[in-house]
Design a binder for this molecule. Structure first.
Ligand code: AGP
Length: 370
């Protein structure tokens, strides 16, 4: 159902939604950055200052792409707010019955707000007395109503079955939550201000990342007949690897695997040959040199390499066959920028293979049955 959302100048909703991301990220942040106190504000969380301070654990749960943003959230909240985080597939959490400590907040992350497993996981944890919150796009959806409170993404309708703008908005909301929780604990006023400045630069960075489109088309032409593609990244870009692989599987029907780059040598490297391209997400940062070493290993085995790298990385061309450059942002915001070329790559490969980009086979926009 496309409602009354028009395609405008775009050929597909997925492409339109990819291009909307600078704006959807701006909308996720609108009215939520508080310069005065160097923190984020959320009208709908309904937490008292005491509840906020006494949080001992956060559970992030969801499915598919929303589970990937939960992984980004885990890294963000643990690093910046120092609160232990567990990430759970909603379909597992609902039956797994793990011990959950008092003072645990459970966030259900969902674009549609209608995913059956996420709804059931929240209902089950709420029944056990835990505070449940939604990070959700669709206003007044079942999950938004079932939760005790939450944060809307304000990304606008997402029609393409493959989630794009909802994902980057989820990551953005999770970054703001990390700021919010961090500022009630160890994060200084100055660090909070710096964080806000970086968040404000994001829409422009994503806009700049979108300029790689033509180059991504060329890469897509080169690799559209591949039967397996590996996606490798570390730390904040490990979830990006998973998300890039999921996007390719969903809309182009090419088998893809996302892995933490260093795990490669524990198995997936056996897949590397001249016909199997590896996409490395390798912006500048703490693990950059380690990932470069992983790239060397793939190169030594004849595997083609596509790198998503920082715009000013001087060493990358010597190793990678194709380099897609993205603007440099701090590590904790990289997933929001590095995923953009991977969304475009899956889109262009799917087009070249004649796939129905907005309505891929066997998939529904929201999975409302178990
Ligand atoms: C994303 O591209 C997928 N179509 C799918 O994994 C999706 O993210 C998942 O079904 C969860 O949906 P939700 O965010 O609406 O709960």
């Amino acid at each position: 159902d496309t409602g009354d959302v028009s395609l405008g100048e775009y050929e597909h909703y997925m492409l339109k939604e990819i291009y909307e991301q600078p704006e959807s990220i701006r909308n996720a942040m609108r009215g939520r950055l508080d310069d005065q106190d160097a923190t984020a504000v959320f009208g709908g969380l309904n937490l008292t200052p005491q509840q906020l301070r006494s949080v001992e654990r956060i559970i992030l749960t969801g499915c598919g792409t929303s589970w990937h943003s939960a992984l980004v959230g885990e890294y963000l909240i643990e690093e910046l707010a120092r609160i232990p985080v567990s990430v759970e597939y909603a379909s597992e959490l609902r039956y797994r019955n793990p011990p959950i400590e008092n003072n645990t907040l459970v966030f259900g992350i969902t674009q549609s707000g209608e995913t059956a497993d996420t709804l059931a996981a929240l209902r089950e944890t709420k029944r056990k007395g835990h505070r449940t919150l939604a990070i959700c796009n669709v206003v007044a959806s079942s999950i938004a109503q079932a939760a005790d409170g939450g944060v809307y993404l304000h990304a606008g309708p997402e029609i393409g079955v493959a989630s794009t703008k909802a994902y980057t908005s989820q990551c953005c909301v999770l970054a703001m939550l990390a700021l919010y929780f961090g500022r009630t604990r160890h994060m200084s006023y100055e660090a909070g201000q710096g964080f806000i400045e970086e968040l404000r630069r994001l829409p422009a960075a994503v806009q700049q990342a979108l300029t790689c489109d033509q180059q991504v088309r060329d890469v897509a032409k080169k690799y559209c007949d591949a039967t397996t593609v590996l996606y490798l990244g570390r730390q904040y870009n490990f979830p990006t690897a998973l998300e890039g692989a999921l996007k390719l599987k969903e809309i182009s029907y090419i088998h893809a695997e996302g892995y933490p780059a260093a795990e490669m040598k524990h198995g997936p490297i056996a897949l590397v040959d001249k016909q199997t391209p590896s996409v490395f997400i390798v912006p500048r940062g703490t693990t950059h040199d380690k990932v470069m070493a992983n790239m060397e290993e793939v190169k030594a085995r004849g595997g083609p390499i596509i790198a998503v790298a920082s715009h000013d990385d001087p060493h990358i061309d010597a190793i990678a066959d194709d380099v897609i450059r993205v603007p440099q942002v701090p590590g904790f915001l990289q997933p929001i920028v590095t995923v953009v070329p991977l969304q475009l790559l899956s889109y262009h490969i799917a087009l070249l293979r004649g796939c129905d980009v907005d309505k891929p086979r066997n998939l529904a926009k929201s999975v409302t049955v178990e």
